[in-house]
Design a protein around this ligand. Sequence first.
Ligand code: UD1
Length: 463
Amino acid sequence: MVIYQKTLYFILVLCYNYCRLILLVGGKRGQLEKLEKFIINGGKRLNGSVKISGAKNAAVAIIPAAILAEEPCVLENLPMIDDVSIDLKILKEMGADVKMLNSDTIRIDPRHINDAVVPYEMARSMRASYYFLGTLLSKFNHAKVSMPGGCDLGDRPIDQHLKCFKALGANYTIEHGIVDISAENLVGTQIYFDKVSVGATINAMLAAVKANGLTILENAAKEPHVVDLANFLNSMGADIMGAGTDVIKIRGVKRLGGAHYSIIPDQIEAGTYMVAAAATKGDVTVMGVIPKHLEYITSKLRKIGATVTENDDSIQVIGSDSPYERINIKTMPHPGFPTDMQPQFAAMLTMAKGTSIITEGVFDNRFRYVDELRRMGADISVDGKVAVIEGVSKLTGAPVKAADLRAGAALVIAGLSTLGVTEIEDIKHIERGYEKMVEKLSLLGADIVKRTYPDAEPMRKAL
Ligand code: UD1
């Protein structure tokens, strides 16, 4: 009996310790994900110039496209951000040879890829992993990729992507979170998108580029990254016309060769620094940009009262010491005001004169930063897809959380333009899309550091 009790006790102790270990490791993992923070001591004017990195949304389409080549490709001006790292890891997992040639240039040799399956967790951790559906389908007539992840901006179906794969002759199933798609032959056809979708337009181009015959995409997205992908594919030998308009014609080719290509500058990163310059009443020049891609930002900044000067490949923004004028913004597909810039503008408008109204015309739920700005003293009410911002004279620093990538950028701007300390958690979202944000802002004179808990904890206590 005693032996039985001792054995039982021993087993219970073992189980208890095992559970503690699991909780500890699990907890640590959770903590490690959460515990990096940006600490901003705000209220300093940004001054100087900042070099803008390559466009995230172009890079995450062009990297998967490179596997269609039958020779190596060299990609320049790649932003070194987490979404690009995941893409490159996926390529390596599938058997590609990926080499960094310098800090923003890689060589991708896809000749040894023989697997049409993208590892589940990798694909799930980002939105743009769905581009592997289009490229792998085009390369192998088969693809197995998990349903995509990415920023939570409300309902984000992929029905338009699947509709065009089907129209090209593919069949698919979705089971256990995986899209399994295959075709005997992809055959060109005419596709009308029910909704303007960047992702579906890009995926359709990727899938159709080697299909038999002509594919015509109608009601296509016109974003600069759609054009950049078409230019890259054409430099590999594709035959794509009309990218940048709402009708894109793709005549399938038999073979795509290697290419040496430089990715366009990131319009959203540039826009974010332009707004940060205005919000901190600073004087910042964004370098290495295409001013045409930034017209919507330039015109809104001028309208609120900032001074904006466009040069060939740079734009200078000088903020005003007086409070800014109120404006209204409605986000729309390109060439409308981009949804990816509305949170940053909203952060700045919290301190403008009067009432600004922001209408979100692309996503269902893009106001997840509002509660966080309220913590800092902003007066914003949200009704469905409309946010009404009543300007206040000042915000105050506070501990806040980034709900998604651009929501995080909005909090950075609010923190920079506000006296006191702002502590931003969940910066993993921000680092998915902004290259070296802390370094770039520090060079402009911001007081911003990245801290890892427990170093960040005294700051919270000091508030
Ligand atoms: C891309 C960008 C994202 C940007 C968005 C809008 C990348 C990697 N991401 O996202 O930064 O905010 O464009 O400019 O380039 N929709 C459907 N069915 C579909 C596809 C989309 O209903 O099959 C809807 C979406 O829910 C959304 C709208 O169409 O309401 C636009 O989405 P889409 O242009 O596809 O955005 P993404 O490609 O996901």
